[in-house]
Ligand binder design. Structure first.
Ligand code: HAM
Length: 427
């Protein structure tokens, strides 16, 4: 294949500048909010010892089918490595390794990798933002984590998000329930889809997640985990529900909500974008994982967290027809008709004063430069021609509003531009 035919690998894509400003804005909004909630950022490696991710459950699809694994090249340290399919296991590995003071409240952002069948909203490389609290058992921690995600959706303006909530109980409860479910589903296996019969053999809980018509009736009749919860688990769950009510966060208890990863205990939740297609409408999810740190070599430590899929959040914004902000709109475009050195100086001065500024390269006609200025999305054009030079001023033209223009002394440019933006384009 000739080089010009290279394409981004299947399930991956390029986010080009026209979209990247919105991505940056969404990511920055999450970072700001997490900081306001008292969380610190963790930047961990994009690949880990594959063993770290086996803790997600050897029978989960994420581990059995979707991991990008490779070998360390050093023959002296033969090690299976894997690109991270999610970040919770990495965060718990980091906790076990560094033993920070608890509760450890952290947030993260970045690409994850899963070898999935690509389709709308399902990629092989996708971006998550997320947060975890390690070392805290108080149900108030569950409430805070859920509220951070909820407030984030609010911050970016999404209105049609539903929160589904469930409790999976402790490890023993889950095991008991798994047995009961296996027995029920095995009795009814004939009525299940071929795919669900296959899942049943590996991971009975995952059958509950099937959306196939033939499975639904059987799933509806299945026992629910609620019947198996201990008094402690019930009390924890009720406190979480009460805490969410107190903050005015609406939720639906969903007794058959199961998650795609095996480490969950007690509180589990998912955020659904009501305007997206069912197959890819989960825009975030999370829960407690009270045994994970220990499995990764740390002391017995509780944990709770979530991850939100940014690719899907942006699809949900599109479906809700939201006008998203761009991170840094251009304030001014300098049109220099005198050769270009004034454009260099003016853009440099504006940028140094915190304004967004751009210019054309090469000497082009005023018509050509104004076309580029217009396309750039800048609020103002700053025009420098021979007349302006003679009078030691510039022309400031409003590109987004009424097209009006004024002459401004060259030395007052930064002040005049800042005042105009404040007056005409307040944030
Ligand atoms: P997860 O449910 O596997 O949980 O993923 C969280 C979110 O990532 C999903 O709700 C979805 O929005 C997005 N996502 C997952 N796979 C894809 C994909 N192939 N393409 C696009 N978006 C995708 C976790 O990852 C857990 N680590 C969450 C967690 C944190 N639990 C406790 N703490």
């Amino acid at each position: 294949m000739s080089k010009s035919h290279y394409q981004a690998p299947r399930g991956t894509r390029d986010i080009l500048p026209s979209e990247a400003g919105t991505w940056r804005w969404v990511l920055n909004s999450f970072a700001d909010l997490a900081k306001r909630f008292g969380y610190g950022q963790v930047i961990s490696p994009m690949f880990e010892d594959a063993g770290v991710f086996l803790r997600l459950g050897e029978n989960t699809e994420v581990v059995s089918k979707e991991m990008f694994t490779f070998q360390d090249k050093d023959p002296k340290t033969p090690q299976d490595l894997a690109l991270r399919p999610e970040l919770t296991a990495s965060i718990c590995r980091a906790f076990a390794q560094h033993r920070p003071i608890t509760p450890w409240k952290v947030w993260y952002e970045g690409p994850q990798f899963r070898y999935e069948k690509p389709q709308a909203g399902r990629f092989r490389q996708f971006v998550q933002v997320g947060a975890e609290i390690i070392g805290e058992n108080d149900p108030a921690a569950d409430v805070e984590i859920i509220s951070l995600a909820w407030r984030f959706y609010e911050t970016i303006g999404l209105k049609h998000i539903s929160l589904l909530l469930n409790s999976l109980g402790n490890v023993e409860t889950r095991e008991l329930y798994n047995q009961e479910l296996l027995s029920y589903l095995s009795k009814n296996a004939k009525g299940l889809s071929v795919e669900s019969r296959d899942t049943l053999a590996k991971n009975p809980l995952r059958v509950l997640d099937s959306k196939r018509k033939e499975d639904l009736q059987i799933i509806t009749g299945a026992p629910t985990i609620q019947e198996f919860l201990t008094d402690d688990d019930k009390e924890h769950f009720e406190s979480v529900c009460d805490g969410l009510k107190l903050l005015g966060i609406p939720f639906t208890v969903s007794p058959r909500l199961v998650r795609g990863l095996d480490y969950y205990t007690r509180t589990t939740f998912e955020f659904i974008a009501d305007k997206l297609e069912t197959a890819q409408n989960a825009v975030g999810g999370g829960g407690r994982y009270d045994g994970l740190v220990e499995e990764l070599g740390g002391p017995p430590t509780q944990g709770i967290g979530f991850a939100l899929g940014v690719d899907r959040i942006l699809l949900a914004c599109e479906a809700e027809k939201l006008e998203l902000k761009n991170e840094l709109p251009l304030d001014a475009f300098v049109v220099d008709l005198t050769g270009g050195s004034h454009a260099s100086q003016i853009t440099d001065e504006l940028r140094a004063n915190g304004l967004g500024a751009d210019r054309c390269f090469g000497s082009r006609s005023i018509k050509a430069q104004m076309k580029v200025a217009d396309r750039s999305g800048a609020l103002y054009a700053i025009i420098v021609g021979d007349d302006e030079l003679e009078k030691n001023e510039v022309t400031l033209r409003d590109l987004r509003g009424d097209g009006s223009q004024e002459h401004v002394p060259r030395s007052d440019l930064v002040k005049a531009l800042t005042a105009s933006i404040k007056e005409r384009y307040p944030q």
